[in-house]
Design a protein around this ligand. Structure first.
Ligand SMILES: [Fe+2]
Ligand SMILES: [Fe+2]
Length: 338
C-alpha cells in the first residue's frame, strides 16, 4: 500500500502536466489520462483506478468536459453511482455559465475568468532599483545575487527554460505572505488593509506566468524533480523568514523581482536578435493579457516583464512600510496592481 502511494505521488509529480481546464489543452488530456489510468492499474494492481477516479472528479467541471471524456465516463454512469454525482453537482448549483469573449466567441478557460484579465501597464519604469541602505538591505541584495550564480550556471542563456523554472519559485512568496497575513488577521481580530488579497493576487499572477511558460517550454523529468526539491526547501525557508522578519522577506522578493526584470530583458534581446524564435503567443496568454490575436512571444515576454516590475515595486514598498515601523495594514494595499 505504501509502495502504491509512493508510486502514485512520484508518477503524478512527473507525468501530470498542465491542468488549466481549458478546451484547447483538454484535447490531449483524455489520451494522457487514459495512459495514466492504464499505468495505475498495471503498477498498483487496481489501486491506481481509485486515484484516477478521484483525479477525474476533482479536475473536471461539467460543462467544459470534452466529448471524449464524456464518452469515457459513460460506463460508470450506467452503474448508477456516477449518475448520482452528476445530480449532486446540479443540486448544488455549481455549473459554469455561458461566458463569451468580447468578439462573441465562447470563453474557453475554467482556470481564470474575463474579470481576471487585464491590459498590462507598460508605462512602468523598468530601471528602478532599491539601493541597499542598511545591513538588512545588503543581506537581501547579496543573498539574491548569490542565488543568481547557480541559476546562471545551470541555465546559461536558456531563458525560456530558466523563466519557467523560476516562475515555480516566484509564485511562492505571495502565497506564503498572504497566508500568514490571513492567519494574523484571524488571530488579532483586525483588518489586513487589503494586503492579503494583494499578495494572493501576486501569487496568482506569477502562477499564470508559469501556466504561460509551460505552453512554450516542456519541462523535462529532471526539471520536474528539481522543482519538487526547490519548492520543498524554498517554501519552508520563506515561511520561516516571513515569520521572523517580513521586512527582510519583502526586500528579498523585491530584489528577486529586479532580477526577473533583468532576465526577461535578456530573453527579449535573444528574441530580437533571432536566437530565440518569435513564435505565436499561446492562447492562454492572449486571453489573460488581452493581447491581439496575432500576438507573438515577444509581446508575451514584454507584458510578463512589466508584471515583474510591478511585483518589484509592491515588495519594496511593503518592506519600506515595515522599515518605517508601521504594519502593512496601515498603508494602502496595491490591489489589482499589475
Ligand atoms: Fe513571474
Ligand atoms: Fe514577479
Amino acid at each position: 500500500m505504501k509502495h502504491s502511494a509512493l508510486c502514485y505521488v512520484v508518477r503524478r509529480a512527473l507525468v501530470s502536466g498542465r491542468n488549466c481546464n481549458c478546451h484547447g489543452s483538454a484535447v490531449v488530456r483524455p489520451f494522457l489520462a487514459a495512459k495514466i489510468r492504464q499505468r495505475s492499474f498495471c503498477v498498483d494492481g487496481g489501486n491506481g483506478g481509485f486515484f484516477y477516479w478521484k483525479r477525474m472528479m476533482a479536475s473536471q467541471a461539467g460543462p467544459s468536459m470534452p466529448e471524449a471524456e464524456k464518452k469515457e465516463e459513460s460506463p460508470r454512469t450506467k452503474s448508477g453511482k456516477s449518475e448520482k454525482n452528476v445530480v449532486v453537482s446540479s443540486y448544488w448549483g455549481i455549473s459554469k455559465p455561458k461566458i463569451k469573449r468580447e468578439d462573441g466567441t465562447e470563453w474557453p478557460w475554467n482556470c481564470f475568468m474575463p474579470r481576471d484579465t487585464y491590459k498590462s501597464n507598460m508605462s512602468i519604469d523598468l530601471t528602478k532599483h532599491h539601493a541597499p541602505k542598511n545591513f538588512m538591505d545588503k543581506v537581501a541584495y547579496k543573498g539574491v545575487k548569490l542565488l543568481r550564480i547557480p541559476t546562471d550556471v545551470f541555465f546559461k542563456r536558456q531563458y525560456g527554460c530558466r523563466a519557467m523554472m523560476l516562475e515555480t519559485v516566484a509564485a511562492v512568496p505571495g502565497m506564503v505572505g498572504g497566508m500568514l497575513l490571513h492567519l494574523k488577521s484571524l488571530r488579532k481580530f483586525q483588518q489586513s488593509g487589503g494586503w492579503i488579497k494583494a499578495l494572493l493576487e501576486e501569487a496568482e499572477n506569477e502562477r499564470m506566468h508559469l501556466m504561460t511558460m509551460v505552453e512554450l517550454v516542456k519541462p523535462k523529468w529532471y526539471e520536474r524533480l528539481l522543482v519538487l526539491a526547490v519548492q520543498g526547501v524554498f517554501f519552508n525557508a520563506f515561511f520561516v523568514l516571513y515569520i521572523l522578519s517580513p521586512k527582510l522577506a519583502h526586500r528579498v522578493v523585491g530584489y528577486l523581482e529586479e532580477e526577473a526584470v533583468h532576465s526577461y530583458t535578456e530573453y527579449l534581446k535573444d528574441i530580437e536578435s533571432g536566437v530565440v524564435e518569435n513564435v505565436p503567443a499561446p492562447a492562454i496568454a492572449i486571453d489573460y493579457w488581452r493581447l491581439p490575436k496575432d500576438a507573438k512571444l515577444k509581446d508575451v515576454i514584454t507584458v510578463i516583464r512589466a508584471d515583474e516590475a510591478h511585483h518589484r515595486d509592491v515588495n519594496h514598498f511593503a518592506s519600506d512600510i515595515h522599515f518605517h515601523g508601521k504594519e502593512l495594514r496601515e498603508a494602502p494595499a496595491p490591489l489589482s496592481y499589475h
